[in-house]
Write a protein that binds this ligand. Structure first.
Ligand code: ADP
Length: 393
């Protein structure tokens, strides 16, 4: 069909089916274009007018490059020639996200699906074009909100750990105070005529510096954990992330459970947001510590390993496990058994894992076995065969 002839008062009177087709085309929410083998636009529906800003008389008969960004436009003739010559499909019947260009020069994302029709006038291509701007904007907003929520959960975890961390910081600060008091006493005595025990004096100051460094390291670890920043993926060693999470959780624990580390050596790296993955491990460890409160010989085992296409971090405790009724809801928001818990930790942890194309699952245990959580992350680097290395502490 030639839109110019049939729809806009051409010489032939439109048939009923032509009129119906024209109405269907103009009712469609998506842009619909028909081009011939050389790329000339034959049909350009109403939705195209608002998408691209050209009136039908400006677009009809023009090459479809009119509505393409220049880098893509120059390649399009080649695509068409190649397809007509070889039948090799790059987009027909597949559909994909491409950029389009408005009359005012702005470029925007669209989803393009292309079909083909063999007509008496030759081969024609039908393109259906969906504007992706609002979907992209909604996706961007969703990602932003999700990142905010993940961050709030970290701040809230740090808030809950605050008392223990303050206690932990108190130790080096008290030590620094004692060392400096000793140094002051030595100086006072030296002023009164005694000899300054230079070597002891130096050692005391060195110890004070060491304690200050320890306090600084605790603060910088805390700050790094709660800092608000753009999510950022880089290649990291999973064992190092697990170690940092472990240190953060065990800081200031008065009766820490025994921790058994079973780390595989030579694991491939993971392409992840290190702080977010640390956040998952912190959450699993804190839940384990909580589940072990008041239990005999409390212990947590952390294992890192490679399983097929995945890196796995397994956190298991010897607590009571999860009641079977809790399992279906445990990864849902607001599912908690704690008096002050928000029940967001596991739900956010699973969301983070799945955003990384991984997952977080649980074997609930019970009957004398504790809960066992498995965090899976996809492998990105060439795998090394990891060997287990056990270290109980
Ligand atoms: P919150 O810690 O705020 O309760 P989570 O989503 O992290 O939120 O945990 C939800 C619930 O799952 C906890 O309240 C607890 O009942 C249960 N749970 C999590 N980990 C364990 C575990 N290792 N052993 C027993 N119960 C657990």
């Amino acid at each position: 069909m030639k839109q110019g002839d049939d729809q806009h008062g051409g010489p032939t009177r439109p048939t009923v089916s032509d009129a119906r087709l024209a109405s269907v085309l103009d009712t469609a929410v998506d842009g619909i274009l028909v081009i011939e083998e050389q790329g000339k636009i034959l049909v350009y529906n109403k939705a195209c007018e608002s998408l691209f800003g050209y009136a039908p008389e400006e677009a009809l008969g023009q090459n479809v490059q009119l509505i393409m960004p220049s880098d893509y436009a120059s390649a399009h003739d080649r695509y068409l020639d190649n397809y007509v010559g070889t039948g090799e499909r790059k987009i027909i019947g597949i559909g994909r996200e491409v950029r389009a260009r408005h009359k005012d020069g702005t470029e925007f994302p669209v989803e393009l699906s292309v079909g083909e029709a063999r007509t008496p006038d030759g081969r024609q291509f039908i393109g259906i074009i969906r504007d992706l701007r609002s979907r992209k904007e909604a996706e961007r907003r969703f990602n932003e909100l999700q990142a905010d929520l993940v961050h709030i959960a970290r701040v809230s975890a740090m808030d809950e750990m605050g008392a223990a961390l303050a206690h932990e910081l108190n130790q080096p600060l008290t030590a620094i105070m004692l060392y400096l008091q000793a140094a002051t006493r030595s100086i006072t005595r030296a002023v009164q005529g005694a000899t300054l025990p230079v070597e002891t004096f130096r050692q005391v100051l060195e110890k004070a510096v060491h304690e200050a460094e320890r306090a600084g390291a605790i603060i910088s670890r805390m700050r790094h954990f709660v800092e608000k920043r753009e999510p950022q993926r880089r290649e990291v060693e999973i064992n190092a992330i697990v170690d940092e999470a472990l240190e953060l959780v065990m800081l200031g624990q008065r009766n820490p459970p025994r921790v058994v580390r079973r780390y595989s050596r030579g694991l491939p790296k993971a392409l992840v947001d290190a702080v977010q993955i640390q956040q998952i491990v912190v959450n699993l460890l804190r839940n384990a510590v909580e589940a072990l409160k008041g239990r005999e010989l409390p212990a947590i085992t952390i294992e890192t390993r490679k399983d097929g296409e995945h890196l796995e971090v397994v956190v298991e405790d010897n607590g009571p496990g999860l009641p079977p009724t809790a399992v279906p809801t445990i990864f849902k928001a607001f599912s908690t058994s704690k008096r002050t818990g928000m029940g967001l930790g596991l739900s956010i942890s699973r969301t983070i894992a799945q955003n990384h194309a991984g997952d977080l699952t649980v074997d609930p245990g019970g009957d004398g076995r504790g809960a066992r959580f498995v965090l899976q992350l996809p492998i990105i680097a060439a795998p090394d065969n990891g060997s287990a290395d056990e270290d109980a502490g």
